[in-house]
Design a protein around this ligand. Sequence first.
Ligand SMILES: Cc1ncc(COP(=O)(O)O)c(C=O)c1O
Length: 439
Amino acid sequence: MGEPVDLDLADLHPAVDDPALNSMNFLNEVAQQWPEAVSLAAGRPYEEFFDDDAPPRWLARFRRHLTEDLGQHPEQVRRTLFQYGRTKGIVHHLVARNLAVDEGVHVDLESVVVTAGCQEAMFLVLRALRAGPRDVLLAVAPTYVGLTGAARLLDLPVHPVAGGPAGVDLADLRARARAARAQGLRPRACYVMPDFANPSGAGMTLDDRRRLLDLAAEEELLLIEDNPYGLFPAGDQGRLPTLKALDSGRRVVYLGSFAKTVLPGARVGYVVADQRVAGRDGTVGLLADQLAKIKSMVTVNTSPLAQAIVGGALLEHDCSLVTATVRQRAAYGRNLRHLLAGLSRRFPAPSPVRWNAPAGGFFVVVTVPFPVDDALLRRSAERYGVLWTPMAHFYDDGAPVNSLRLSVSAVTPDQIDVGLDRLAALVADELDRAPLPTG
Ligand SMILES: Cc1ncc(COP(=O)(O)O)c(C=O)c1O
């Protein structure tokens, strides 16, 4: 006799048993089981950047802003910070200023919705776009698992679009959009990460960004641009304009996160949704207003205290996160260069091991001549003491993939060296177990 049960998994929403929703738990569980292992898996910010004194200082800075810049009386300040508040947020004006200062993007304040992390922004947008069973989402594969998971929860099928070294294969995107339509489906949007994507590390050229916007207009697609890593170029090549900065036709819904630039624990992100929505009565509003309605039924409003902390951090740097993240950019860039040099040293050409060389961000994809699955990750953690992420987690079809993602964000250069030595030992043993065919 088994344990008595109250509910059957089969009677819950099917997404709860989907690999996309199990992915983060599995990876966390492996990390917890082998805490001594060097983690080239975690895409978290480096914890030396967390400063105990900063959040209270930022909170005080934001209070001062409410009083001195916005003219709020003490009881209004108290209400702003402690009471239920505006659904679209209380730091929307600072978000807009940040986008103007750092990205040259000028947005209507009403088009900004401040969310509980970028993850909520993603969920709200997908919820709004999924109107019926014919709707599908296109997404560049490999895809951030949080996007796939959110789509699953919303019964929104995700059709993969080839990414490739250029970030998105435009011919494939057009073909996928048309193939979906030919099947009677309605592709609502394509999810893209033009800057140092998670997990591929790929970035799009300026020409490709322009072509993508043209294609989106021709195919009548929205683009959902997710940009958590754009402030972390590894070299001095500068940054390219975001799609939103190039978007003159309101094709781009822009997702932002303060997790990597301010504090992940604040859980503050945002969406810019300036698309015009025609109402039944002939009125025209903003997509952001519809997202706010959905938000009011999901998280009510984003914690004002968390927003105040992020708002204070923005104010401290005149709303420039480029200025605020000088140290982070230097450290992540140094780590990325260190990892790439370390891979070259450990797998000199000719080698069956290959990897890409992203121009920034947190991630590098290593391709090996054997399947990389969860069992191999467990073995890597247990016997070799190094963690990484199987790339299969970022593809939707569950097919085995011969590659793994390395992250440089949560480690020191010394830890990268130790992790790469351990990874090299694992690869050597795997190659011994299943030697490459000769000839
Ligand atoms: C591509 C991408 N989008 C969104 C998120 C989630 O951001 P947030 O922590 O702001 O919810 C992450 C987090 O790792 C990410 O990699």
